[in-house]
Design a protein around this ligand. Structure first.
Ligand SMILES: [Zn+2]
Length: 346
C-alpha cells in the first residue's frame, strides 16, 4: 500500500479531503478518500455519479465511516463495526487488499434519499444527539458539515450557491426551532448562526422514542413483491421464521410510489434483521433493503432461480452485490434460509 497522502477536493461535499492511494494502477485511478465531512470512501470511477453528488454526500454523511483526522488506518468505530471504508459501486468487494469495505450501490444511495421530511428531521436530531457529550451539551458544526447534516443541496445553482445552501439550512432549522427540538447559540453572522446547537428536552424525547434496541427484537421484516403468485413464497419464509421463534412482519397494504412511508421505516428500524426477496424484481424490496442496510441491519437477500435466466434482468447488476440465496423450490428455500439465519443471525 502506498501511503502518500495528497490533497484532494471531495467531489461530493466540495470540501478539502485527504486521500491515500492504495492501488498503484494509475489508469484505474483507484484511491481511498478520507473526507472530513463524508468520511472514508472509495468509488468506481467508471460510474456516472455526477447526477447524484448531493445524494451521495447526504448518504456518506449520515451513514458513512467517520474517524478522526489523523486516524486514516484505524478502523472506524462509528456506525459500522467492520468497515474501514464505504465503496460506492454496483459490485461486491467486501474485503480487498487487506481493507474491509462496506459496499453500497447507487440504488441503495437513491433509496436512502427517498426519505420524507419527518425522517430527515429525525436523522438530523439523531446526529446532534450522537455528538452531544451530555444532555444540554452545545454541539458545534462547521459550515460545510451543516449542508450535509441538513440535506441542503449544493448543486442547485452555481451563482450564490452559499446563499441557496443557507436558505435550505434555514428552512429546516426554523422548523426545528418551531417544534422546540433545538436551540441555536446567538450570533450576528448569518452564515454561522446555525453552527452551535443544543438538543432540547423535546428533541431528546423524539430521538429516544426512535431508539430501539433491535438486537433483542424478535421482529423480522420481510421485503418482497406481494403478487399473488408469490403467496407460497411468503408463506415459506414466514414458516421458517416462526419455526426459529421470530415474528414475521409483512406490510401488504403499503403502496410504494418511490416514497418510503414512515410506518414502514419504523417497522424496519424495529426489526432485528430484514429478509428481501427480489423475485419479480419488486422495486419496493430494493428500497427497503437499502434503507435497512443504512440502518446497519443484517439483510438476507433471496431470489428464485428462474429470475436470473432473464438476460435483461437488472438483478444481474444488483444481486452480485451481496451473497444472495438463489432458491429453486419451496423445500430449497426453506433449507437455505434456515441455514443462513442460523449461521449469520446471533
Ligand atoms: Zn466530502
Amino acid at each position: 500500500m502506498n501511503d502518500n497522502i495528497k490533497k484532494y477536493k471531495c467531489r461530493f461535499c466540495n470540501s478539502d479531503a485527504k486521500y491515500i492511494e492504495t492501488i498503484k494502477n494509475k489508469e484505474r485511478g483507484d484511491m481511498l478518500i478520507n473526507c472530513g465531512i463524508c468520511g472514508r470512501y472509495k468509488y468506481n470511477h467508471s460510474m456516472d455519479l455526477n447526477k447524484y453528488t448531493d445524494e451521495i454526500a447526504f448518504y456518506l454523511y449520515h451513514n458513512g465511516v467517520h474517524c478522526q483526522e489523523n486516524d486514516i488506518h484505524n478502523k472506524a468505530t462509528l456506525n459500522d463495526k467492520y468497515a474501514e471504508y464505504i465503496w460506492i459501486d454496483n459490485k461486491p468487494h467486501y474485503y480487498k487488499d487487506g481493507i474491509h469495505f462496506r459496499d453500497v450501490s447507487l440504488n441503495e444511495i437513491i433509496a436512502f434519499n427517498n426519505i420524507n421530511l419527518e425522517e430527515m428531521v429525525l436523522l438530523i436530531l439523531q446526529n446532534i444527539s450522537s455528538k452531544s457529550k451530555y444532555r444540554g451539551d452545545t454541539v458545534s458544526y462547521n459550515y460545510e458539515e451543516l449542508a450535509s447534516l441538513y440535506f441542503a443541496k449544493r448543486t442547485i445553482s452555481d451563482e450564490n450557491s452559499g446563499e441557496i445552501i443557507n436558505k435550505q439550512i434555514e428552512y429546516i432549522a426554523k422548523y426545528l426551532i418551531s417544534m422546540g427540538y433545538v436551540e441555536f447559540s446567538k450570533t450576528s453572522d448569518p452564515l454561522s448562526q446555525y453552527r452551535q446547537v443544543i438538543l432540547t428536552f423535546n428533541g431528546w424525547k423524539l430521538v429516544e422514542k426512535n431508539n430501539y434496541d433491535s438486537s433483542k427484537s424478535k421482529d423480522v421484516f420481510i421485503a418482497m413483491s406481494y403478487d399473488e403468485s408469490l403467496a407460497d413464497t411468503e408463506r415459506t419464509i414466514r414458516d421458517v421464521l416462526i419455526k426459529l421463534h421470530y415474528n414475521p412482519i409483512v406490510m401488504k397494504d403499503v403502496q410504494h410510489n418511490h416514497q418510503i412511508v414512515p410506518e414502514m421505516l419504523y417497522q424496519i428500524r424495529k426489526a432485528k434483521f430484514v429478509i428481501a426477496d427480489f423475485t419479480l424484481q419488486n422495486n419496493g424490496a430494493y428500497y427497503e433493503a437499502g434503507y435497512a442496510l443504512g440502518q446497519n441491519k443484517e439483510v438476507i437477500h433471496l431470489c428464485r432461480e428462474d429470475e436470473l435466466s432473464n438476460e435483461n434482468s437488472k438483478l444481474h447488476f444488483d444481486i452480485a452485490q451481496v451473497n444472495t440465496i438463489i432458491w429453486k423450490d419451496y423445500k430449497d428455500l426453506k433449507e437455505k434460509l434456515t441455514n443462513r439465519i442460523e449461521a449469520t443471525i446471533t
